[in-house]
Design a protein around this ligand. Sequence first.
Ligand code: ZN
Length: 486
Amino acid sequence: MKRTNTFAVRPLTDDDEQVLRDLLDASAALWNEINYQRLMRYNDEDGFEGEDVWDADTGALEGKYKDVLGASTAQTVRRANTEAWRSFFRLKKKFHDESNTSVTDHPEPPGFRGNEDDGRILKGVVRKDAYSVEWGDRSRLEMVVGKELRDRHNSPKSRLRLEIVGDPNWPNYEDQGRLELWYDESDSTFRASQPVTVTDARHTPLADETAALDIGANNLVACTTTTGEQYLYEGRQLFQRFRETTREIARLQSKLREGRYSSKRIRRLYRKRTRRRDHAQEALCRDLIERLYAEGVDTLYIGGLTDVLETHWSVKTNAKTHNFWAFKQFTERLVCTAEEYGISVEVRSEAWTSQECPQCGGIDRTTRHQDTLTCPCGFEGHADLTASDTFLRRHQNSPSSDWRTRRKASRQRHTEKAVRPMARPVSSEIADFRDAENAQRFPARFEWDDHNWSELPRSHRPKEQRTDPSTVHRDGNVASGKSLTG
Ligand SMILES: [Zn+2]
């Protein structure tokens, strides 16, 4: 498995810091010179072959920097730029292929490290065999630097040694890849990312519980576990901002001169939109999987896209925009994160479970309005949570009686912990089961605040309702959009 260690590094002396700064600055300078040569040769808006970019004399540029960077690093900067261009051409090809919906944003050629106004961005790469990392109480990174740079800062050693701050996610690996190093202006820290190949998953599951989740747009994830937990990750605000940005992009595009289809501002908006989405999704995967791991889940079923296509994007947007949440990428990310925890994932297409009534099993008669699923039989519940619950019961490895026994055992195990979060019942069956144990459960709900998925306070059901079963399901609709986001 390919994984990445990301960590902060600290130079040990002022001289070392200067060496590091100059090294990253020279790397960025070489990147920019190579990129400029290639960009000049890339002057087409129509075709997407761009063969000319490979004509740039990058070897000469590499030679110019090798005394400062070291030959291996200079070569690595050139290769990194080459890969960036190759990947750009690949994306562009996919973007222009109508049958391929995996690329939704118009790809841009590789950018420069910095600009004239703000100066260069301190960023560089180190070839996999030109650095070494030692993990331990005093973890450190050593890497090759060019002679000219060493002389400049009176640093006689051929390798620059940096202190590593913190512990790696993946301390045991078989192989390492090209190191990236950069200066993070936001907190004045040098950081590095080290791609590694690992064999063992970091964790093994704590028990053999199962979870099922439903992926959508309004609620990015609704999840139910066999331990009776339910989690709901709100997508509304993110979704709304995504749409606002998309509209703004469309507005700007409509104002472009004929023959042009992009501008600096449009590209910036695309980037912003993508970054925001990726950040939220990555954090969601981590948050959810860690919770599932703690619950003892070893198998996760992923279904979904239930409310996406029909509800919101069916009109007037092009096919690519249907992929606005990049669900494929999101699912892959979930699978990857789950893998780290030894949780196996099975992806199923389950669009229809969202319509099934958990109380009477009817599919044709149920109605979904916003977040609520209602059935003439009297059932009313949160649609996505219900879907994940139905989905879970359908894919139980063991028959449902077994599952209940297991859940009971599992809950007894869990009650030994001081405080247990509670999930609200979503089906009469489960409600009865829980009532029998006199346990009130509530789903955990999470909202994105641009940095974290924070858990919203769990609402507690008023006491008198507890004894009146007729209110259970209506009340079960705890996460209806109106009450949450106004
Ligand atoms: Zn029903």
